[in-house]
Design a protein around this ligand. Structure first.
Ligand SMILES: *Cc1c(COP(=O)(O)O)cnc(C)c1O
Ligand SMILES: [Zn+2]
Length: 387
C-alpha cells in the first residue's frame, strides 16, 4: 500500500485510510523515487510511469498527456516569448485526463470497481470516459441546476449521473467519505499525481534550461499543487537549477486565491462567487487554496483576476490570431498574462508557458455569427475568376 503525506503538517498515512489529513489539508503520494528524465517509449504522460503510483494502462488512459507545446510568436505579449501547452489535445479535451487516467488505472489494478467525481464540466467528462475505458463503473454528482447541454456531454460516456440538491461545496468533502466508490475530486492524491506530469513535460522540453514563468487558470488549486510538487521534486533531483515562477489567474467574479494573495493572507477563505463565463474555474471555496497560495509565494510568482470582457477578448485573439479554440476558463490565463506584462511582473524578454487547460469544442461563444448567404453564381463576383 503506497503512503500519502500531508502537504502542510507532513503527517503520513496509508493511502485510502483517509482522504484528507487530520489538519484538513490535502494529501499527496510520496514519490516512488526522485525524478530523472526517463528513457521510456511509453505513450503520452506514461513516459513518467516510474514516478506515478501505477503502471501504464492500455486503452484511452494511455492516450492522456504528451500534449504539444507550441511556440506562438503571433500571440506574444509585449516581447514576452510565449509557449502554449495545449492541454485541449487530451482525449476528452482537458488536462483533467491526466489525473483521471491515473485514477482509472489505479482502480482497475486494485480491485476498485467504481470511480466517482463531483463536477459539472471537464472533470465529469474525463472521469466518466476514463472509467469507461478501464471497464469501471462511474458515478458523477452534478449540481441540480446544471444546463442540459453540459449534461449531454457527460452522459455520452454512460456514467450514473446524480443531480444533487443542497450545498455543492459541502458535497466535495462529503463524497470523499462514501464507501464502495473511489471519488477522484480535483485535489485528491491520484488526480494530483497525474497532474504533476504536465510540469514534467514542460521542464523536460526546456531542459537543460527552464521557462521563466508558468501561467495557468486556477480553481480548486489541484493542478497548481501538482505542478508545484513536480517542480520541487525536479529541483531536489537537480534536474532544474531553479523553479519557474508560478502565476494563478482567476475570473474577477470568483477569485478567492487572488484576493488572499493580494491581501497578504496566510490562508484562502471562501468568497461569495458571482457569475462568470469561466464556469470551469469558479470555485468560491477552493479545497487546495492554501496549497495554491504556497506555490505562488514560494516561487516568487503572483496572482491576477480577469474580468469577463478581457477573457472574451483573449479567447477571440487566441482563435483569430493563433487558431487555438479554447474554453473561456483557459482564455483567462492568456488575459492574465496580458495583465501581468502590463504590470511589469513578467519582463519583455522572458520565456513564458501558458497552459491552455481545456479545448473550447464543447462550448459555444454565444455570439451572433456574421456569415452572409450568397447564390453560388454570384461567388465569382465576390472574388473574381482566374483565367
Ligand atoms: C478544472 C479546470 C481548471 C482548474 O483546475 P484546478 O485544478 O481545479 O485548479 C482550469 N481550466 C480548465 C479548463 C479546467 O477544466
Ligand atoms: Zn496535515
Amino acid at each position: 500500500m503506497p503512503s500519502v503525506r500531508c502537504h502542510d503538517c507532513g503527517r503520513s498515512f496509508p493511502f485510502r485510510e483517509r482522504k484528507r489529513c487530520a489538519c484538513g489539508e490535502p494529501l499527496r503520494f510520496e514519490p516512488r523515487e526522485l525524478p530523472r528524465w526517463p528513457d521510456s517509449s511509453n505513450p503520452g504522460m506514461w513516459r513518467y510511469a516510474d514516478l506515478l503510483p501505477v503502471d501504464a494502462p492500455s486503452g484511452i488512459g494511455a492516450a492522456a498527456g504528451g500534449t504539444p507545446m507550441v511556440r506562438t510568436p503571433r500571440l506574444d505579449v509585449g516581447g514576452v516569448r510565449l509557449f502554449l501547452k495545449d492541454e485541449g489535445r487530451n482525449p476528452t479535451g482537458s488536462f483533467k485526463d491526466r489525473g483521471s487516467a491515473v485514477a482509472a488505472a489505479y482502480a482497475a489494478e486494485n480491485g476498485i470497481d467504481r470511480l466517482g467525481t463531483v463536477s459539472h464540466g471537464n472533470m465529469a467528462m474525463s472521469t466518466a470516459a476514463n472509467a469507461a475505458g478501464a471497464g469501471l463503473d462511474c458515478t458523477v454528482c452534478v449540481p441540480s441546476d446544471i444546463p442540459e447541454e453540459r449534461l449531454s456531454h457527460i452522459a455520452r460516456y454512460g456514467p450514473e449521473i446524480l443531480r444533487i440538491e443542497g450545498d455543492y461545496g459541502r458535497l466535495y468533502e462529503a463524497s470523499l467519505e462514501l464507501e464502495g466508490i473511489e471519488f477522484v475530486n480535483s485535489d485528491t492524491p491520484l488526480r494530483v499525481a497525474g497532474q504533476k506530469t504536465v510540469a514534467l513535460e514542460i521542464c523536460e522540453a526546456f531542459s537543460p534550461e527552464i521557462p521563466d514563468a508558468i501561467v495557468l487558470p486556477v480553481s480548486s488549486g489541484g493542478q497548481l499543487s501538482g505542478i508545484w510538487r513536480a517542480l520541487s521534486e525536479l529541483r531536489e533531483a537537480d534536474l532544474i537549477e531553479s523553479v519557474p515562477r508560478l502565476y494563478a489567474c482567476q475570473a474577477a467574479a470568483c477569485a478567492p486565491i487572488v484576493r488572499a494573495f493580494e491581501a497578504g493572507e496566510e490562508s484562502v477563505s471562501a468568497v461569495e462567487g458571482g457569475e462568470t463565463i469561466a464556469y470551469s474555474i469558479a470555485n468560491a471555496d477552493p479545497p487546495s487554496g492554501n496549497r495554491a497560495l504556497g506555490a505562488l509565494r514560494d516561487t516568487d510568482g503572483g496572482a491576477v483576476a480577469v474580468p469577463d470582457e478581457e477573457t472574451r477578448a483573449a479567447r477571440k485573439r487566441l482563435a483569430r490570431e493563433g487558431g487555438f479554440r479554447v474554453e473561456a476558463s483557459s482564455a483567462v490565463a492568456y488575459a492574465g498574462l496580458e495583465r501581468l506584462v502590463e504590470r511589469d511582473e513578467i519582463a519583455s524578454d522572458e520565456r513564458v508557458v501558458t497552459v491552455l487547460t481545456g479545448s473550447g469544442f464543447t462550448e459555444s461563444d454565444g455570439a451572433a455569427v456574421d456569415a452572409r448567404t450568397i447564390p453560388l453564381d454570384e461567388l465569382a463576383d465576390r472574388f473574381g475568376r482566374s483565367a
